[in-house]
Design a protein around this ligand. Structure first.
Ligand SMILES: Cc1cc2nc3c(=O)[nH]c(=O)nc-3n(C[C@H](O)[C@H](O)[C@H](O)COP(=O)(O)OP(=O)(O)OC[C@H]3O[C@@H](n4cnc5c(N)ncnc54)[C@H](O)[C@@H]3O)c2cc1C
Ligand SMILES: CC(C)=CCC/C(C)=C/CC/C(C)=C/CSC[C@H](N)C(=O)O
Length: 468
């Protein structure tokens, strides 16, 4: 049983099928829509990404899925970004690359270049996961997985704020406040007090070459579900309980009973292995693990509310200090931390079926995506837009509310119950869920067949270098 049909659950079904073969029955339970936090919203007849939207060029699982499923990627449209501090823009991009380089150097010295190098170095180590997983290695904890990638440095990154790490590394306060904080706000709705690891992933989320899936990222989930030949059960799992049952061959076997509610009533079924692919949070999943001894603990895992508001209208450039709106050319606005600001960011978005002629035109009518902690009020919309005709709001419990220090929840909840979403406490992103899914599929396989040598191996990086 796989509980949840987001990118984590559907990729888990896909990887389980690869490992366990064609004869195994795989059921995927979903209480809402396939895709979970990958979802679109319809504004005036066109669909826009409302949840997970951008994918990094080095997110190799996502890349592989798109290729394998025959999906495609829309043309990328360049847009100019500005950073607003509540009074004025502290940074504005130009359409000339060389001007941007000079502006960054003038404002922040070599901070920007050094930051790119820092993120690149982390990404280099992070990429080791693909080699480990290609060789079938698995990990029984998130900390173990991260340690295998980047040693103690990665573990330390979980337990230190981005602010502290960057200050210690000599980045300037101005750069952290004016550039790094706005990136954290747009991606995780939080400031530089999040862990350095989540911070590095968020910074990678502003690299060049980001992409998305034509027709919507959720198509990856429906495609994976189909490719896995799993059965989708539309229902809400309410409980998991261990049961002892007689075997046909004599003796007994321990199985997990998954109880769920669906439109046709309550039902339950028995499984050898259960993968939980949803945050175990009362507000999000509300699954009870009945009669386990020792009990499966409840993790204190508070998720951060982020509201995505889609507005079709004309931006009010004067709100951002522009006297002459025809000079305004920014299509992405990030913000610094300022209590008087009621939004985290706003930017023009293209429909998931975008066509090249639908270019981003800041001062024309466009669809803007506004990220905020609280719903945007009518008065606030009237400040942001000089005219608008339609508004759609999507409220998310989006990603963990990151705090330091924080241990990641376990991967193994019970003998054959595995939890994928603990990885979000390192960092939440589509690729992170796909990595956790492959890890859980490999781990459950190796534990089932008792391949101890494929679990938690030390010095994998060195070992695989010599193997090659
Ligand atoms: C606004 C927003 C923007 C984001 N932007 C990006 C981005 O640009 N790039 C990126 O990489 N990531 C982004 N993310 C993060 C990314 O979307 C998530 O990390 C990822 O989609 C999580 O996938 P998942 O499958 O692990 O969880 P989910 O997508 O949450 O899937 C869990 C599923 O389980 C189902 N479920 C829950 N409880 C039960 C139950 N009891 N019974 C049955 N089913 C149940 C839910 O309905 C859900 O469908 C963003 C997230 C948000 C919210
Ligand atoms: C996992 C690795 C190595 C990289 C992932 C980088 C990435 C794509 C990070 C984005 C994470 C995230 C939660 C973004 C949320 S907002 C995205 C976007 N700016 C938007 O406007 O929707």
């Amino acid at each position: 049983a796989v509980i949840g049909a987001g990118i984590g659950g559907t990729s888990a079904a896909y990887f389980l099928r690869q490992k366990f073969g064609k004869d195994v029955r795989i059921d995927v339970f979903e209480k809402g829509t396939v895709g979970g936090r990958l979802a679109t919203v319809n504004v005036e007849g066109k669909d826009y990404e409302a949840g997970g939207s951008v994918i990094h060029p080095l997110n190799l699982h996502m890349k592989h899925f798109v290729k394998e499923l025959g999906l495609s990627v829309p043309d990328n449209q360049d847009s100019l970004m500005g950073i607003y501090n509540g009074d004025e823009f502290v940074f504005e991009e130009s359409s000339w690359y060389i001007i941007n380089v000079l502006k960054l150097l003038w404002n922040y010295g070599f901070n920007s270049l050094r930051m790119n190098m820092w993120v690149e170095d982390i990404l280099d180590k992070f990429m080791r996961i693909y080699r480990y997983q290609a060789h079938d290695y698995s990990f029984s904890s998130i900390e173990g997985l991260l340690h295998a990638l980047g040693g103690n440095d990665f573990i330390q990154m979980l337990n230190r704020t981005l602010d502290e790490t960057m200050q210690k590394a000599g980045f300037s306060q101005k750069f952290i406040y004016e550039v790094v904080t706005p990136i954290m706000r747009v991606n995780y709705g939080q400031g530089v007090n999040i862990s350095s690891f989540a911070g590095a992933v968020s910074l990678a989320g502003t690299d060049s070459g980001l992409w998305s899936v034509k027709g919507g990222n959720k198509l990856v989930c429906t495609g994976l579900l189909y490719a896995s030949k799993a059965q989708l059960i539309s229902g809400t799992v309410i409980a998991v309980e261990e049961k002892t049952r007689p075997k046909h061959t004599g003796g007994t076997v321990k199985l997990y009973e998954v109880s769920y509610n669906s439109t046709s009533g309550s039902a339950s079924d028995l499984y050898d292995i259960v993968l939980v692919a949803t945050p175990l949070n009362r507000k999000m999943a509300n699954i009870t693990f009945r009669n386990f001894n020792p009990p499966i603990p409840e993790f204190s895992n508070n998720y951060h509310q982020t509201v995505a508001t889609f507005v079709h209208g004309r931006l009010n450039a004067s709100f951002f200090g522009y006297k002459e709106s025809s000079y305004f050319s920014l299509a992405d606005i990030f913000t610094t931390e300022n209590p008087k600001l009621f939004i985290n960011s706003l930017g023009i978005v293209s429909p998931v079926q975008n066509k090249p002629e639908e270019a981003k035109q800041p001062m024309g009518e466009a669809v803007w995506k506004v990220f905020s902690k609280e719903p945007v009020t009518k008065e606030q919309l009237n400040l942001l837009f000089s005219a608008y005709d339609s508004v759609k709001e999507k409220k998310w419990l989006a990603y963990p509310h990151y705090s330091i220090p924080k241990n990641c929840p376990p991967v193994i909840l019970h003998d054959r119950i595995y939890y994928l979403n603990g990885i979000e406490w390192a960092a939440s992103a589509m690729e992170m869920s796909a990595i956790a899914a492959k890890n859980a599929a490999l781990l459950s396989y190796h534990r089932w067949y008792r391949n101890a040598d494929m679990i938690d191996q030390e010095d994998l990086n060195e070992k695989l270098k010599t193997e090659l």
